[in-house]
Design a protein around this ligand. Structure first.
Ligand SMILES: [Zn+2]
Length: 428
């Protein structure tokens, strides 16, 4: 495919006009200013179009689409114990397939090609993401309240093994297995340490929830004498590449630990606002050299999976929180939602428009009233654009979405099956 004479976000995250991009198979073959031969290629006219890397969502629970609106008005702990956990006890593997498929529709429409996800029945719902043409780092967050329980006796281990088996037949690298413990408050030190060992043995990234609410931090300090970040370090988690979701309530020590370990923070603005968890000082994290990426979290605490909205909120909140109108510049926000997210998922060949990178691209229609004048495109994309301005989503060189149509899935069927699944779960 040839994107001809198009405006794009180049590998340095600067906007360039009159560019040409050629994709071949899964990869970008050429990106630059030289006109390219058109023979045999599908040509996309770049007039009034903007091309950039697709979004990498670093914290999600994609089957939770079926819990959208189910548990409103509650703070984190009550929301989990009175609504989420009881629903999940009745949520069957095959239904998670449809929940994830519904999420895939939403993610792809809003320009996201890859998620870091934590849930259960990984192979079952991973299949839905795989069929939709997406990428995902799937993890089952170990939940354990027994000091002596071994990781290998936990369902998280068994479910991850099942995913590893499934991956033997799905080897193109789009779906990956990560290790995970749900959080400090849902784990014990032994199982956390063994999860870290397991990740080390298998070269896996670890996904965790960390310091989401002030209450979580206070209770962790009361239990252990130190913060959730320190807990992750003490258990050996942070010796491995880790994506720590939320990180709303960090002190100086925590920030130092996360910087030293190279841990990636998944900033989840909507979820933190909706559950009343707080606003993390993301600009300060960046200034201190921490790695900050952006995630939607699940659709029951957000309540959607729209990375455009998440990007917009991240850009707004860091300014409001730090009282600085240029706290994290627009181009840097774009990098956090794309390249930095890809790196957090271990996808070193993703998230940049450059020859040799995977062709994970999104294209915007700039011919919209709210995008005129096109004086500062990066700013327009972060602050003015809507997900509905995206007219194409491509993953590994394959077009998943174009001009309002999802090309890899039957959206009508998915919507019907998801609605049916919700009714069945509630009737149990
Ligand atoms: Zn979460």
């Amino acid at each position: 495919m040839l994107f001809k004479d198009i405006k794009l976000l180049d590998k340095d995250f600067t906007v360039k006009e009159h560019q040409y991009v050629v994709t071949e198979g899964e990869y970008i073959k050429y990106a630059g200013p030289q006109a390219q031969a058109e023979d045999g290629m599908e040509v996309i006219d770049g007039h009034n179009r903007f091309l950039m890397p697709a979004f990498y969502n670093t914290h999600c629970h994609v089957p939770m689409t079926l819990l959208r609106g189910y548990g409103e008005g509650l703070p984190l702990q009550e929301w989990l114990s009175s609504r989420v956990f009881p629903f999940e006890a009745k949520y069957r593997a095959q239904e998670k397939y449809w929940g994830a498929a519904l999420g895939a529709c939403e993610l792809i429409r809003s320009g996201c090609v890859s998620i870091s996800d934590m849930y259960f029945d990984l192979a079952d719902y991973g299949e839905a993401l795989y069929k939709a043409g997406m990428k995902a780092n799937l993890s089952n967050g170990a939940v354990c309240f027994d000091d002596n329980e071994a990781y290998k006796d936990n369902n998280a281990y068994r479910d991850t093994q099942r995913l590893l088996e499934w991956l033997k037949d799905h080897r193109d690298g789009r779906i990956r297995a990560d290790a995970s413990i749900h959080s400090e408050y849902c784990s014990r030190k032994k199982i956390a340490a063994e999860t870290a060992e397991f990740a080390g043995e298998n070269g896996m990234i670890i996904q965790v929830h960390v310091s989401e609410t002030r209450r979580e931090v206070e209770e962790c300090v009361a239990r252990n004498g130190y913060s959730p970040v320190r807990y992750m370090k003490e258990c050996g988690i942070l010796e491995h590449p880790t994506v720590a979701a939320h990180c709303v309530w960090l002190d100086d020590n925590d920030m130092e630990i996360l910087k030293e370990s190279g841990t990636v923070i998944a900033h989840n603005p909507s979820s933190n606002l909706k559950l009343g968890s707080g606003i993390p000082p993301a600009a300060e994290y960046k200034r201190r050299g921490l790695r900050v990426t952006v995630g939607t979290d699940g659709a029951s605490s957000n309540n959607n999976l729209n990375m455009m909205e998440e990007m917009h909120l991240a850009a707004m909140l860091c300014r409001g929180r730090s009282l600085d109108a240029n706290a994290i510049p627009a181009a840097e926000i774009l990098r956090m939602c794309t390249r930095e997210g890809a790196l957090a998922q271990g996808r070193t060949d993703c998230g940049l428009i450059d020859a040799g990178m995977k062709a994970d691209l999104i294209m915007f229609d700039l011919d919209r009233p709210h995008l005129l004048p096109d004086y500062d495109t990066a700013s327009n994309i972060v602050f003015s654009a809507q997900a509905s301005d995206i007219v194409m989503t491509m993953c590994d060189g394959k077009v998943l979405y174009k001009d309002g149509q999802l090309l890899t899935v039957d959206e009508q069927e998915i919507k019907a099956k998801a609605a049916e699944s919700f009714i069945n779960i509630c009737s149990r």
